[in-house]
Design a protein around this ligand. Structure first.
Ligand SMILES: *Cc1c(COP(=O)(O)O)cnc(C)c1O
Length: 375
């Protein structure tokens, strides 16, 4: 076994997708695999999601979508975040659906389609209240009107309309009903103007798990397919299996006296003679330094917290008088049903969210795949 590895269980991703799809009343499911599959590996995660029944894959950037195509995915893919000068011709040639937030983006997509003599599949995004990407409701009629004209000219087909929730991690939050109503109004305007969008989607993981009124024709979960909860309490109304287990091995064990300072800044000082175990992972691997003194580590069936600061390449745990030897296996996070700490536990220790824990895991940590097509 290596000094550290992230073991990715592809069957967990497959099963989470299948459970989410069933939970959402068998609506279409777009599995979001941006940011290297939230750190799990985009190509492998995409294949596992397809095996679980994902009808679509969703990514932020066109490069990510083109990478999926290069890896052999032939299904429906939507990309949604662009800058001026985006290579829309490549998107159209690769049959990747793109998103227009603005007249400027729609113009670029139309120009690319005309250049190719092809028709671009486009989805329009309304900002129903997140206050981030998408067209403001005031700008929506003009975007819809331009899309109707572009569709009539044969340059584009508007296949869908979508939006994104601000507070889906707080089921019942007043903004969820407000955004749902705003979205319905935007879709209504588009239909009245003559568009016939087949795909209407609003729900990310939080919505897909807990707000059925946001499901429309498709749900668009990301974090939940990797088995990490979007909710502050780490829970979920359906069982989800964490797909990533971060393992390491003890590099060194040593006995130290009472009053020994541990790691940079001596923020931890031993209260008695004790054993320290050195674990060779640190913030250079994406372990948050903010979890210094708090992040949980499982060693020989017992849970400890990081003693003192997380360093670039290593961290220390104080294991008291427990036996341990160099080479012993350690789990930083994995599956709660096996008594392991979770990404959610690390998120709480670092004052962040589980998303960031798995997504920021560094490229220095090799991903090892189990389950799915890997076996
Ligand atoms: C990242 C993202 C998602 C997935 O969100 P989760 O909270 O991970 O489920 C869905 N839609 C859009 C537009 C996103 O950017």
């Amino acid at each position: 076994m290596r000094r550290a590895e992230a073991v990715i269980d592809l069957d967990a991703i497959r099963d989470n997708v299948a459970r989410l799809r069933e939970h959402a009343g068998d609506r279409d499911l777009m599995a979001v695999v941006k940011a290297d599959g939230y750190g799990h590996g985009i190509a492998e995660s995409a294949r596992a999601a397809r095996d679980g029944g994902a009808d679509w894959l969703g990514v932020a950037f066109l490069d990510e979508a083109l990478g999926l195509r290069a890896g052999g995915d032939t299904g429906s893919i939507l990309s949604w975040l662009a800058v001026p000068g985006e290579r829309y011709t490549d998107a159209i040639s690769a049959a990747v659906e793109v998103t227009a937030y603005s007249l400027g983006e729609l113009d670029e997509i139309v120009a690319a389609a005309r250049q190719l003599g092809a028709r671009a599949a486009v989805q329009l995004k309304l900002d129903s209240g997140l206050g981030r990407g998408g067209a403001q409701p005031d700008d929506w009629p003009a975007l819809v009107e331009a899309a109707v004209a572009a569709q009539a000219s044969g340059a584009v087909e508007v296949t869908g309309i979508w939006s994104h929730l601000a507070c889906s991690d707080e089921p019942g939050h007043v903004s969820i009903a407000a955004q749902t109503a705003q979205f319905e109004a935007g879709v209504g305007e588009a239909v009245t103007a003559g568009l016939e969008p087949r795909h209407l989607h609003l729900a990310n993981s939080g919505g897909a798990l807990a707000s059925p009124q946001t499901w429309f024709t498709m749900v668009r979960p990301g974090i939940a397919i990797y088995g990490v909860s979007p909710f502050a309490d780490g829970g979920s109304p359906i069982p989800l299996t964490p797909a990533m287990t971060l393992r390491s091995r003890v590099a060194l064990v040593k006995r130290v006296q009472a009053d020994s300072g541990v790691s940079y800044g001596h923020t931890y000082v031993t209260s008695r003679e004790t054993t320290l175990a050195l674990i060779p992972v640190g913030y250079g691997d994406g372990i948050p330094r903010h979890a210094s003194g708090r992040g949980p580590v499982l060693l020989s069936g017992r849970r400890y917290v990081v003693a003192g600061r997380v360093c670039m390449d290593q961290l220390v745990v104080d294991i008291g008088d427990a036996p341990a030897a160099a080479g012993d296996a350690v789990v930083l996070f994995g599956r709660p049903d096996e008594g392991e700490p979770t990404a959610h536990d690390w998120a709480q220790a670092a004052d962040t969210i589980g998303y960031e824990i798995v997504t920021r895991l560094g490229s220095r940590v090799p991903r090892t795949y189990v389950g799915g097509a890997s076996t």
